[in-house]
Write a protein that binds this ligand. Structure first.
Ligand code: AQP
Length: 348
């Protein structure tokens, strides 16, 4: 049996409007992994350009958003000295391994990806080939470092399953040369998705059935990580609710997506269990929950917004962090890619 050193990899796309869902579902979790794991956190700019230019905003906006995601990582508490923070396009291994995985993954697998269907919408014929092959690039991101653990939001579960399928198929397709090269029965690990906690799928503040998302036109639907205290409080005050008092049990949240969402956000920000938060607000009106949630959100998010602003004022520092992280990421990926080339039979 091959064994793998535990290593965490994850990323966020620089597509603007970084929001509370990205924070609670991903970035906050990244911070929590730092004490126990070696971590690699990426700003996935190659993924950003898979969508229409109107989504990522063109070259100047892409650079600005890349720095903004980096600033969010650092402001949230990721230690870029101890761990690796970098942007994907600076490490060529991602693109190279993605091409190899394009030849490992099957068209039928990609056809099942719900994110492609959602993002391509009705205009599928006109979607980029990159958007279709996005999950192969994501598999490459993770496996170029033989990462074993991937903290992500619920929406990435299917892509993680595909990553495991790709790793397994590579291990089987090249089993003979993997064994010959001394790697036992598996060259790539099957990475574990880490989708845990009360906020793995933060929903829109305007519609408890829709995911909080960067691309939703209504700014009132999400709390942006750059929002100031007044804006955060206003958005929570205006959040959609239902007419009933808050329930006293988890079962009472059935069919009440807005109540479930606001209580889940509260629990994640307070670092409390959802059951405890339900007890705390049982029988109360939404107005009480909204007031307390606004106070808590401002307390937790305002320092991050302030620090992001400070960091964004010094783009030279951010670029230096990314350059240093990229060179350390390259140093990990390079020998892995050398092995991959040898295993496949590429000369060089
Ligand atoms: N609403 C969410 N709740 C919890 N986690 C979320 N994530 C995204 N939205 C939520 C997690 O954030 C990480 C980075 O996401 P991404 O940059 O890849 O963006 P995305 O998944 O495409 O979702 P967005 O931010 O909402 O953008 P659009 O509008 O383009 O769909 C991932 O771990 C993701 O799970």
């Amino acid at each position: 049996m091959s064994t793998f050193t535990p290593r965490v990899f994850s990323g966020v796309q620089p597509t603007g409007n970084l929001h509370l869902g990205n924070y609670l579902g991903a970035i906050k979790r990244f911070v929590e992994m730092q004490d126990s794991h070696e971590c690699i956190y990426c700003v996935v700019d190659l993924h950003a350009i898979t969508q229409d230019r109107s989504v990522w905003g063109g070259p100047k906006e892409l650079a600005r958003s890349t720095r903004e995601v980096t600033a969010a990582y650092l402001a949230a508490g990721i230690d870029a000295g101890k761990h690796i923070v970098f942007n994907q396009s600076q490490v060529a291994a991602h693109g190279e391994l993605a091409w190899i995985f394009n030849c490992v993954a099957r068209v039928g697998w990609l056809n099942r990806m719900t994110q492609f269907k959602e993002k391509a919408g009705k205009n599928r014929e006109n979607a980029s080939v990159g958007l279709y092959a996005y999950p192969n690039l994501m598999a490459a991101d993770i496996l170029a470092y033989k990462a074993t653990h991937v903290p992500v939001g619920e929406d990435q579960k299917q892509h993680l399953e595909l990553t495991r399928d790709i790793a397994q198929k590579f291990n089987i397709d090249f089993a003979d040369s993997i064994a010959e090269a001394g790697f036992g029965d598996a060259f790539f690990p099957l990475p574990e998705p880490l989708i845990v906690g009360p906020a793995t799928r933060v929903m829109s503040l305007r519609d408890g059935q829709a995911k909080m998302s960067k691309s939703e036109p209504s700014d009132l639907s999400r709390i942006n990580l750059t929002d100031d205290a007044d804006t955060i409080a206003k958005k929570i005050r205006k959040a959609k609710t239902d007419p009933d008092a808050l329930p006293d049990s988890k079962e009472g949240l059935a069919g009440r997506p807005e109540a479930a969402n606001l209580l889940g956000i509260y629990a994640a920000l307070a670092e409390a269990g959802i059951e405890d938060v339900i007890v705390q607000f049982a029988g109360q009106q939404f107005s009480k929950l909204k007031q307390d949630l606004a106070d808590l959100a401002v307390e937790k998010l305002s320092p991050i917004a302030g620090e992001m602003q400070r960091l964004m004022a010094d783009p030279g520092h951010i670029d230096a962090v990314l350059k240093d992280g990229s060179s350390r990421a390259r140093a990990i990926a390079a020998p892995i890619m050398e092995d991959v080339r040898r295993i496949i039979g590429f000369i060089g």
